[in-house]
Design a protein around this ligand. Sequence first.
Ligand code: PFF
Length: 465
Amino acid sequence: MNSGNAARGSFGSQLGVILASAGSAVGLGNIWRFPTEVGKGGGAAFILIYLCFIFLFAMPVMISEFVIGRSARSNAIGAFQKLSPGKPWVAAGIMGVLGGFLVLSFYSVVAGWTLHYTIQAALGQLQGLQTADNGQQATDFAAAFNAFVSNPWQPVVYLTLFLLLTHLVVARGIQHGIERYSKLMMPMLLAIIVLLVAFSLTMPGAAEGVSFLLQPDLSEVTPDVVLGAMGQAFFSLSVGLGCLVTYASYFSKETRLVKSAMNVCIIDTMVAVLSGFIIFPTVFSVGIAPDAGPGLVFITLPNVFLLTFSEMPVAGYVFALLFYVLLLLAALTSSISMHEICTAFISEHFSKSRRTAAVIVTIVCLVLGAFCSLSFGPWKDVTLLDRGIFDLFDFTVTKFLMPLGGLMMTLFVGWSLGRSLVERQLTNDGRIPVRTMRPLLFLIRWVAPAGILVIFINELIGIFI
Ligand code: PFF
C-alpha cells in the first residue's frame, strides 16, 4: 500500500490522508471565524461568495500543493529546491516555513485560551455551578475573559501546555503521530458537531438564528466582505504556506490527489456551515447579539450557556464542555500541521532527527507565542503599523504570506513544472482518469492566479492608501 521514502515516513492509508488533511483544514477558522464572517457579510450571500472562492481559488492551490509535495517528497523549501533548483520559486517555500512559525505562534495563544475554557467548562465554572476564585459567581464573562488574556503568565502557561500537546503528536512521526491522532480526533470532532447541531436546533427560537445564517442580504456585501471571504477560504483550507506540500510529501503513489482535495474541501465547508448552525440558533435563542472574533466564543457563548441552561444546569454543563472540547480538537489537528511544516524543514535541511527538530520548533514558537500573548497585557503598547504583536503576526500570515504563497504555487505548477509531470501526478501515472483535467489546469494556470492577484492588489491598496 505504501510507497515513498520510508525514512521520511508516509501515511498508511487513504483514510489517514483525508483525515489528516481535513484535520489541518478544520480548525478555529471554521468554528468561530467562519460563522462571524457570515454574520457580518450578509448571511447566505457571503456563503455563496465563499464557496466560489473555495472551488475556484483555494482548491486549485490545494491541488497544486499536493502536486508539488508528492512529486518532490520533500519539505516546503526542499521541494522547490528539488523541482526547480536555483530558481526564485523557492521563495514560496521560504515564506511558507516562516509563515508556519508565525501562524503556530499566534494560533497557539488562542488554542491555549480554549484549553483554559475547556478546563473551566469541565469544572463547571462557566455555568456558575461553582464559585469563581474571588468567591463570586463566575457570570461576568467579559471581565473574566479580559482579566485572563491580559494576565502576564496564566495564558502563557496554557499556551505552553497546548504546544506540548502538539509537540507530542508531531514528535511521534507521520503514521504513529499525525495519522494515528487524526484518525482518533477527527471522528470525535465530527460526532460532537452533529450532537451540538441537534442540541442547538431544538432550542426555542432557533429558527431566527437559522434564517440569520441563511438569508442572503446583498446590501451587506461590500468589497471588504469579498476580500474577507478570500482570506477566510485560504486560512480555512490551510493553503499557501506549504502545509499541504509537506503533508503530500508523505502521500503514497495510490493517493488520488484531486479526489482527496475535493473531500477535504467538502468536509471543511460542511464543518464551517454546521458550526454556524451550532452558534447562531443558540445565540439567538437567548436574544444576545452575535459578536465577532474571540468575544463570540469566550464571552458571548459562556453567557448563552449560562442563560439557556440556568434551569437545566446539567444540559448546560454538557453543552459547554462538548463545545470547548470540539474547539480544542479542531485547534490541535490544525496546529500539528503547522508544526509539521517547520519540523519537516528543520529535520531535513539541517539533518536533525525528527525529535530534535520538533523540540526546536516548539521552543521557538513558545517564545514567539509568549510575545503574542503578552501583547494582550503588559506589551499592549508595543505596536508596529498600529498593530500589536499578535495582530501583526495574524496580518502578515493571512494578508501577505498565504495569498502570495498561493499565487506562486499555482503559477509554478501551471507554468513552470511541465505539463506531463503535472498530468502524471493528477492521474497517478495514467492509472486513473481525471475527467476534469482541462478545466482543472485552466483553473490552476489562469483563474486562480488572476483572482488571487486582483484581490491581493486590492488589499494592498486598501492597506497602504
Ligand atoms: N485551517 C486552519 C483553520 O481553519 O483553523 C488554520 C491553518 C492550519 C492555517 C494550517 C494554516 C495552516 F498551515
